[in-house]
Ligand binder design. Structure first.
Ligand code: ZN
Length: 456
């Protein structure tokens, strides 16, 4: 044991194996790419447009009403409280109901979810403004975040490859929805919400499900792995005794796609984008939609890779030790790479957090001040400096020469061994039963497979 005697930064989680664990209710998100027919795509766009329309129409009515009342007040008239249009969800729903025939004679073409969620979102926007958390609600422009939420009753999985959406029909999904379908069939899952979004010309549906699941009892740690997160080698894993057991390279197509993205972003930036009182040019829209498409592509393949890696880790190891984001050393790279790797790191950690809970393993996040890269995994000597481009670690004290990432991974793995205890209390301790029970995430962030859990 070379690590921990005087570094003392991390507490090993206390494990009390239990035999039974009661079923828990979790909130789980699923996201699927849809393959609508041209007609269905038009209907989906119509629903998205109807939400925006209702939102803007109601906001317009409220604004006009408030302005009129202000003018009346200024001219000395008495304005009663009842003269003001209310902005609660209920008020707005009633207002829409009263005025829809005149404002939107076509309202019946879309299912009522579109309008209901417009009312809900607008009432939330007003509430946030009242609390001082947001500016006064503004009109939504075409092309701003295009989504429509559906009421749980308006959407159904008919089998493992089709989603029935009220007023749109049975829409094919690109991916198998088997896992979610099984929950619904067995009655272990209930749809809480569903949202359809259009990103870069592709449609996605995100579900939030309430799922009943029994969490496996936590075992005492036997297999320990430390994982270093990097750029060219995305994930390097090693055991405490120095064996390298995991190496996930950054796939070349990621690197190529990222270059393509940087290029199209530069193209878009040279064209006339949206600004105050200025509509974006056609050429900008074209370039921007290309940017969005590549973004979606990269995000998707990255998520698949993260999914595979985290499942493999959580299934095969009892204790996984990773470093905190700030020590990854990626940060000095230019902003695009940083942005992408930050997002990927966050997703990697989030998936490990819930998957370790599912599989009964545990996760330790090393203290951000722990120098996993600069510490020699053989003698424990700590280097004063290690520049980012030094790919090999050379120890002046004992002469060890080892791959930099493997060295870091070994050091991390050793933090998971018994006897490394925290003297500083600066974090790093993760008790599996307390891990992330309050974590929430927007369903849009969900991976294809799963996300997030919330205790109940
Ligand atoms: Zn050494």
């Amino acid at each position: 044991m070379t690590v921990g005697d005087d570094t003392d930064l991390v507490t090993r989680a206390e494990f009390e194996p239990t035999k039974t664990s009661p079923p828990t209710t979790l909130t789980q998100a699923y996201r699927y790419a849809l393959d609508p027919t041209p007609d269905q795509a038009n209907l989906l766009r119509s629903h998205i447009g109807a939400t925006r329309f209702a939102y803007n129409a109601l906001l317009g009515l409220v604004k006009v009403n408030w302005d009129e009342n202000r003018t009346r007040k200024e001219t000395g008239e008495d304005v009663a409280k009842e003269d003001y249009l209310g902005t609660s969800h209920f008020d707005l729903q009633r207002l829409w109901y009263e005025r829809r025939a005149e404002l939107a004679p076509w309202w019946g073409e879309n299912n009522s979810s579109s309008y209901n969620y417009a009312c809900l979102n607008l009432s939330k926007a007003f509430a946030n403004w009242r609390r001082g958390q947001a500016r006064f609600p503004t009109f939504k422009r075409r092309g701003s975040k295009a989504t429509v939420s559906l009421m749980p009753g308006a959407v159904k999985l008919t089998d493992s490859h089709h989603v029935r959406i009220s007023r749109v029909g049975v829409v094919k999904s690109y991916e198998s929805t088997r896992k979610m379908h099984r929950h619904l069939e067995r009655d272990t899952g209930r749809i809480l919400s569903a949202t359809v979004s259009e990103v870069g010309g592709k449609f996605f549906i995100s579900f939030t499900l309430e799922v009943v699941r029994s969490i496996p009892a936590t075992r005492a740690p036997e297999k320990v792995i430390g994982v270093d997160v990097g750029i060219s080698t995305l994930y390097t894993g090693a055991t405490p005794n120095g064996e390298q057991v995991l190496m996930v390279e950054n796939p070349r197509h990621f690197v190529r796609a990222e270059k393509r993205l940087a290029h199209t972003q530069r193209v878009a930036s040279r064209r006339q984008g949206p600004g105050p009182g200025q509509a974006p040019s056609k050429r900008w829209r074209k370039a921007n939609s290309r940017v969005q498409k590549i973004h979606a592509e990269i995000a998707n393949s990255r998520k698949n890779l993260i999914n595979e890696t985290t499942t493999r880790l959580a299934k095969n190891y009892d204790l996984i030790v990773i470093e905190d984001l700030n020590v990854t050393g990626i940060l000095k790279n230019h902003s695009l790479a940083k942005h992408i790797s930050d997002a990927a790191w966050g997703e990697f950690r989030r998936q490990l957090e819930y998957k370790t809970t599912w599989y009964g393993s545990a996760l330790i996040i090393a203290d951000r001040f722990y120098a996993s890269s600069k510490t020699c995994s053989h003698c424990g000597a700590v280097k004063a400096k290690l520049s980012l481009d030094e790919r090999m670690f050379h120890c002046e004290a004992c002469g060890l020469t080892i791959d930099r990432d493997v060295n870091a991974a070994i050091n991390l793995a050793r933090l998971g061994l018994p006897g490394t205890s925290s003297g500083t209390g600066r974090g790093g301790e993760v008790r599996p039963e307390h891990q992330i029970l309050n974590a929430t995430a927007h369903p849009d962030e969900a991976s294809t497979e799963t996300l997030t859990l919330v205790s109940a």
